[in-house]
Each structure stands twice: as C-alpha cells, then as structure tokens.
Ligand binder design. Structure first.
Ligand code: ASP
Length: 297
C-alpha cells in the first residue's frame, strides 16, 4: 500500500491582534476553511486553485481587511490589492489600487492566465475585470462592512497606529503533485493615501511561489517591500540552505530591524509549514498530510 501523498495548506487573516477585541468569528472561519481546503487538496485539487478559492472565501466573508471587509482610502474609495503565483509554472498575476472588484484574487488569476502581464492597476484593472465578466461592487455603502475586531477608531491616517493590527488575507499550499502556490489579498492599510500600493500585489514582496517554497506576507507593506519580502524567504532557503522556518524568521527579523511589523506564512515542498510574526499574534490556520488541522491567533 502506498503512503498518503504529501500536501499542506496554511492561511493567514492578518498579523497583530488587540487583546481586548474578539476575533473568534475569524478564527472559526479559518478553522472551517482550512478543513474544506484540506479536503480539496486530498481529493487532488491543484495548489493554485486551492489558494485562489481560500482567498476568495476570505474576501467574501467580511471578516478580514480584504474584499468585503476593506475600508476606503483618504479619497473615500476602496482600493484593492491582490496577487497570486503558481510556483510550478513560475507565473503570476496581480491587481493594485483597483476599485469595485468583488474578488480581487480571481481578477489577479485572470491577469495571469489571459494576459502577457503580471500586474494591472487602478482603472485599467477595473476595465479588465469588467471586460472579463468579473462581479463588481455597485453600491459600496451596502457592500463593505467593518470586520469584527476592527473599530471605527482604527480608520486612522496615522501609519504607526495603523500598524497595530492587520487584516490582509493569504494562503499558501502544496498539492499532491508537489506543486506550490501562494495568494494574498488586502484592502491595504487603514487611512492610506489614495493610490498607495503596499506589498500585497507586488510579486516577490507580498506573495511568492517557486518550486521550493510558497510565501504570503501581512503587515505594514512598506517595510516588507524594503526588506525584500516574500521572495527573500526563497532566497534564504536557496542560498543559505536554511530550513523554511529559519528563512521566515530571517525575513521577520529584517522587517523588525527596519521598524516594521507583520507576519509571514510559508510552506515548502516537503509539506512543512512555517509561521512568523513580530506582532502580538496572527490569525492563522494550517492543515497537512503530516499534522492535524488547527486555527489560532
Ligand atoms: N500588507 C498590507 C499592506 O501593506 C496590509 C496588511 O497586511 O494588513 O497593504
């Protein structure tokens, strides 16, 4: 009898939690979602489809600062960032500062599959989504909600205060055929300037997947960009020959040295999952062929 093929998935719903706030709806959601995604992977789903589905479910839930739970920039418009990367084909797609997208990650996937480009921004991303039949938010005031655990006082233009907690969502997966993929989606930082783009839609900063590792980041994106971000985890593994957890810890240390905060999830081709954050907690979940599913803060 052959052994169960190796697979694994990890999710995050943002780094940084405030001790006085209730994140149990998000943790329950992550717990259910990771089990659902585990069943799909066990049944042979691709890592790429799985990370897209996981992130789309988080975007639709209104429980995180992504998709439905996003808040407007200082212009009063919700501007969304998302990216997805297929490690096996080394292909990626992304959207940045894009208004009205109901499922930014699905539009990012479509950019990857149907264009010669990696990143579409702003009105161009919206026009692409429209032309390709993606659902759009018609009435922002009826659609967007404040996620549980986020208060109106968080919607501050103060970048330092905005760094107290993050609600970006991300997924990384290894499928039974050994393929790795990663996806990340966000409404960005609270109180961000109109047109501001963080790490999330930048391939190599917020998201990375190759034949060795898949990575998704959350935190004050400016620092992840300046520290090299998700691709730095892959480089550490490749050039320093360190385990995935040490590579994640190295990136988080660099972000911290620069003054940034946040968290990282990663999975390698052996199905080992790594988490790291320099914030008090990170909403997260994981499941794999080698360990029991869990969800925690
Ligand atoms: N990294 C995201 C950004 O800078 C924010 C977050 O993770 O909450 O846009």
């Amino acid at each position: 009898m052959s052994a169960e093929p190796t697979w694994a998935i990890a999710l995050h719903g943002g780094a940084g939690v405030e001790p006085t706030r209730d994140y149990s709806p998000a943790v329950r959601h992550l717990d259910e979602l990771v089990r659902d995604m585990a069943d799909r992977l066990k049944a042979g789903a691709s890592a790429l489809d799985t990370v897209e589905e996981a992130v789309a479910a988080m975007e639709a839930s209104g429980l995180y600062v992504a998709g439905r739970g996003s808040a407007p920039s200082t212009s009063g418009v919700v501007e969304l960032d998302a990216s997805i990367m297929d490690g096996a084909r080394r292909k990626a797609g992304a959207v940045a500062a894009a208004p009205q997208l109901m499922h930014p990650v699905r539009v990012a996937r479509d950019v990857m599959e149907t264009t010669a480009h990696v990143l579409l921004a702003g009105e161009g991303a919206l026009a692409f989504a429209q032309a390709h039949g993606h659902p759009l938010v018609k009435d922002p005031s009826a659609y967007y909600v404040l996620p549980p655990g986020v208060d109106a006082e968080d919607l501050t233009p103060d970048l330092a205060a905005a760094g107290r907690q993050h609600g970006t969502v991300g997924a990384v997966a290894l499928d039974t055929q050994g393929r790795l993929a990663a996806a990340t989606s966000t409404g960005g930082l609270f109180g961000k300037l109109a047109g501001r783009v963080g790490d999330t839609p930048l391939i190599g900063s917020g998201t990375w997947a190759d034949e060795t590792v898949a990575v998704s980041c959350t935190g004050t994106g400016e620092y992840f960009i300046l520290a090299g971000g998700a691709q730095d985890v892959a480089s550490r593994m490749r050039y320093l020959a360190v385990p995935v957890q040490a590579a994640v810890d190295g990136l988080i240390a660099d972000v911290g040295h620069l003054g940034g905060d946040g968290g990282v999830i990663a999975v390698n081709r052996a199905g080992e999952v790594a988490f790291g954050c320099n914030t008090p907690g990170m909403k997260r979940a994981a499941a794999g062929s080698g360990f029991a599913p869990f969800a925690s803060l």
